[in-house]
Design a protein around this ligand. Structure first.
Ligand SMILES: Cc1ncc(COP(=O)(O)O)c(C=O)c1O
Length: 486
């Protein structure tokens, strides 16, 4: 087979890099709408999608035109007023890692397909195991005796990590299920308001949503440790066996931390599998100032942490950790003669720990970002985002026309604008239409609020001040309309 006829990689890459640099600089400078949603038909035409598919030849001028059109209709992740979702604002090194990954098309599951990529993922898992307070796995697992160490796997997202952890927990409780199917008496305990991936996992595992028993929580969705016993008693009374009890380290709505030590102690006393969904707030472990929020994490059996939220890397990059490597190694038992067989090799295969077969390399970008910033640098970034959120809270609380229902613990802040004259959803729509600030919304204690997620190193308190100004402007417009109508 010959080489591809034309392969102007370097000039095309230069076009892309120039376009990306321009996009970055304009975004960080706060230029242009942070969010723009032209009609899809117009976009398809502007990007000349059908023509390009038919004619090919995406290079040089055509490539330049296409990439400009493409970037112009994206939500500007680097824009300081992009403060809506738990979506990482990536370090540029993540993009370079993506380039390498996509160029070399390595694999993250089998050593012989990617010795370097698998090694990086193995080392990253060990690095995080130590942060939790668990024992890292030996670099030569073949020579290890006994299962006295932790383990993990990098997954395509927190949903998949939660599902994987719950499967491992079920295998520990009822190993026969893998062969015989569910017995119909399995239950999961999770805080009311846990991320929907938990109920979804119960559905996928064939347990059904109704097998998820809610743990009692306070008004803001945080586990009440003195009510754990009641939930447990309800499950027992129904004749069910608990696969796992789940706590949040960072609730999705408000970024609040469950009391991990008390919850963990409760699970330990009863021999329950304790899973921490730290998809959002796990990186507090990298800080000095906020590490206490993760106090008790070492009591868990498994913990999932999304590095594509607070880890400065693009989706996906979730690290699922288990205290005992054996539990993950035994989670799935499968036969595939072309892949699973006893073999002597100088490294590790992750294949038996994953739901997928082919697995993209997820660790290179995290490693390269970490190695560029250093772990203290990444920890400092997390601290800064939490600090800024605390400042934003104090600022909003001091205003007569704004109100935050709960004090933030991480980088998510929920608030109400009292006199804006719009429901939070209507206000969000107006903000979206203006395109100057991108915020999200969530329901807390039965009330919908506007919600900020401060992930962006370019965001400062001035952006929150601007948001307040904008909401007031919209509110003033509303009351002028009210007067006219009246
Ligand atoms: C607490 C929590 N768990 C799990 C998830 C799901 O993660 P992913 O979107 O990576 O599947 C999220 C996502 O927002 C989350 O906040």
């Amino acid at each position: 087979m010959g080489k591809e006829a034309e392969r102007p990689f370097e000039p095309d890459a230069a076009i892309i890099i120039e376009a990306l640099n321009d996009y970055y600089e304009r975004s960080v400078a706060g230029e242009g709408p942070v969010v723009r949603q032209p009609p899809m038909s117009k976009l398809a035409a502007d990007m000349e999608l059908s023509t390009l598919i038919q004619e090919g030849g995406l290079t040089g001028e055509k490539l330049s035109r296409f990439i400009d059109q493409y970037l112009s209709a994206l939500t500007r992740i680097y824009h300081p007023a992009n403060i809506a979702h738990q979506q990482a604002v990536p370090h540029y090194m993540a993009a370079l890692a993506g380039l390498v990954d996509n160029f070399v098309s390595s694999d993250g599951s089998i050593y012989e397909l990617g010795a370097a990529s698998v090694t990086i993922e193995y080392v990253l898992i060990n690095w995080l195991l130590e942060k939790v307070g668990w024992t890292p796995a030996p670099l030569n697992p073949q020579q290890a005796t006994g299962y006295t160490y932790g383990g993990g796997i990098l997954t395509n997202g927190g949903s998949l990590a939660n599902l994987t952890a719950l499967i491992a927990a079920r295998t520990r409780l009822a190993p026969e299920v893998w062969r015989d199917g569910n017995p119909g008496n399995l239950a999961i305990l999770a805080p009311a308001g846990a991320h929907y991936s938990i109920a979804r996992a119960a559905g996928i595992m064939g347990l059904g949503h109704r097998s998820v028993y809610p743990l009692e929580v306070d008004d803001w969705g945080v586990i009440l440790p003195d009510r754990l016993q009641d939930a447990w008693a309800r499950v027992e009374a129904d004749g069910k066996r608990v696969v796992a009890l789940i706590a949040n380290a960072g609730t999705t709505a408000a970024g609040l931390y469950d009391p991990l030590r008390e919850t963990g102690a409760f699970c330990r006393e009863r021999g329950l599998w304790f899973h921490i969904d730290a998809a959002h707030g796990g990186p507090a472990l990298l800080t000095n100032k906020y590490r206490h929020l993760m106090d008790g994490a070492e009591l868990a059996d498994s913990l999932a942490m999304n590095m594509h939220k607070l880890g400065r890397v693009t989706a996906f990059c979730t690290v699922l950790l288990v205290r005992e490597a054996r539990s993950l190694d035994e989670a799935f038992t499968q036969e595939a003669s072309y892949l699973f067989y006893e073999k002597e090799q100088p490294g590790y295969d992750f294949l038996h720990r994953t739901i997928e077969c082919t697995k993209p390399v997820l660790g290179l970008k995290l490693f390269m970002v970490l190695a560029a910033m250093g772990e203290a640098g990444l920890g400092h970034y997390v601290e800064q985002q939490f600090d800024l959120t605390a400042q934003a809270y104090e600022y909003l609380q001091a205003l007569p026309d704004f109100f935050c229902p709960v004090e933030p613990q991480s980088n998510i802040l929920c608030f109400q604008a009292k006199a804006a004259g719009d429901t939070p959803l209507a206000m969000r729509d107006r903000l979206l239409a203006r395109g100057k600030t991108y915020v999200s919304s969530a329901v807390l204690n039965g009330q919908r609020c506007l919600r900020l997620t401060l992930n962006n190193p370019a965001t400062t308190l001035d952006d929150i001040i601007n948001l307040v100004r904008e909401i007031r402007e919209i509110g003033a417009g509303n009351s002028a309309l009210d007067c006219r109508d009246g």
